[in-house]
Design a protein. Structure first.
Length: 138
């Protein structure tokens, strides 16, 4: 068995599962950057929209999607893959708007459930195109 010190860093990072996980972490970081960077712009340009639960949730989802899509573009993913991942991020919020508007869930539930559901949908999109996220060199 090879000693870890003898294995090169690039060889460890070439493992498909490690690359897959690292790619997921990169996209989550890009989402947070998008949310933090674009959030203040919306607060300045349209403060009334950010204060509402429904529009606020969609604005936040959009900000996260822009950050993630930009990072995927930098990593040279195809536009169809970027669109799939963007849909996986926005879809939970869009679906949850209906029960919110019907009064079945609160604004806090809309925001929390949208974020919680986004992660497994992103993971599902990545698993569906596993080679894109674990084997493809960008």
């Amino acid at each position: 068995m090879a000693d870890m010190s003898t294995l090169g860093r690039s060889r460890i990072l070439d493992r498909p599962n490690v690359r897959f996980a690292a790619h997921f972490v990169e996209m989550v970081i890009a989402m947070v950057v998008g949310m933090v960077a674009l959030g203040p712009l919306w607060s300045f340009a349209a403060p009334g929209l950010v204060g509402r639960a429904d529009t606020g949730a969609m604005i936040m989802a959009t900000n996260m999607t822009v950050g993630m899509a930009l990072w995927m573009w930098i990593r040279r993913h195809s536009w169809p893959r970027i669109a799939e991942m963007s849909a996986a991020m926005v879809l939970p919020f869009a679906v949850l708007l209906v029960p919110y508007w019907l009064g079945a869930i609160s604004g806090m539930t809309l925001m929390m459930a949208g974020h919680v559901l986004m992660i497994p949908l992103m993971l599902a999109a990545m698993l569906w195109r596993r080679a894109e996220y674990s084997h493809h060199r960008h």
